[in-house]
Design a binder for this molecule. Structure first.
Ligand code: MN
Length: 242
């Protein structure tokens, strides 16, 4: 099983989350919101086989990006995993739209040298994110918690991108509609903990079964088969990065 988008560093006890993921054998991509956070977490994940740290710059922290551009570049050779990066044009991010685009272009320009794992935030900015991926010729990106229009979703599918779905999505009618629309070989699972809460606790790698349980009903197959398909999808993504 795999959790492709978890903010381990924002949990009250990050070490405990990593140990639990490792013990349960759940491959967990620990996304970060700033390069300085990646740098801080790096020595802590070194001993874990299943926890992989991703280098990120969250769009809603764009006011801090510029002074971390140098660090982003410097840390790029330490990982093939990038996230969380992207754009947010919701009311929370609308005011910084232009700065976000500038920063996201910096990220895409910096990573175009080789294929990497890329976990994307795209809230209310789905079509712009997609256009920029095209512009920088980025393939096999992962739209995390996609919540945009079905038309843009179809275009992203056509381009070959992937989609990671979480416990919040499987509990909403719109989320389920989106999951139904995505081909089986493009779906991945994620927790987005601790931003996403489940039973008043932060969702984490251990909750991936809850996502699979809804996805398997949508696909009308067994949990084992659904889990197998998602593992296969993850292997496919990983096989293309280096
Ligand atoms: Mn996130």
């Amino acid at each position: 099983m795999v959790d492709t988008h978890c903010h381990i560093d924002l949990f009250p006890d990050p070490h405990a989350v990593a140990i639990e993921a490792e013990r349960k054998g759940i491959i967990t991509i620990a996304v970060t919101n700033l390069p300085s956070h990646f740098e801080m977490g790096y020595p802590h994940v070194a001993g874990f086989k299943r926890v992989r740290l991703a280098l990120g710059m969250h769009p809603l922290m764009v006011d801090k990006h510029k002074r971390e551009f140098g660090l982003f570049k410097k840390l790029l050779n330490k990982t093939s995993y990038i996230g969380e990066v992207g754009l947010d044009f919701s009311p929370a991010g609308k005011k910084t739209k232009d700065e976000q685009i500038e920063s996201f272009k910096f990220v895409l320009e910096s990573i175009r040298d080789r294929p990497r794992f890329l976990s994307l935030h795209s809230r209310r900015a789905e079509s712009t994110v997609l256009e920029l991926l095209d512009e920088f010729k980025i393939k096999n990106a992962i739209f995390h918690w996609y919540s945009g229009a079905l038309k843009t979703l179809d275009e992203a599918i056509l381009r070959g991108h992937f989609f990671s779905v979480n416990t919040a999505m499987v509990q909403s009618a719109n989320g389920k509609k989106i999951i139904k629309r995505i081909p089986r070989d493009r779906i991945l699972t994620e927790s987005d903990g601790p931003y996403v809460q489940l039973d008043r606790k932060p969702a984490g790698p251990q909750d991936m079964k809850r996502v699979v349980d809804v996805v398997k009903d949508i696909w009308n197959i067994s949990a084992e088969e659904a889990e197998g398909q998602i593992d296969l999808n993850f292997k496919e993504v990983i096989s293309r990065i280096h």
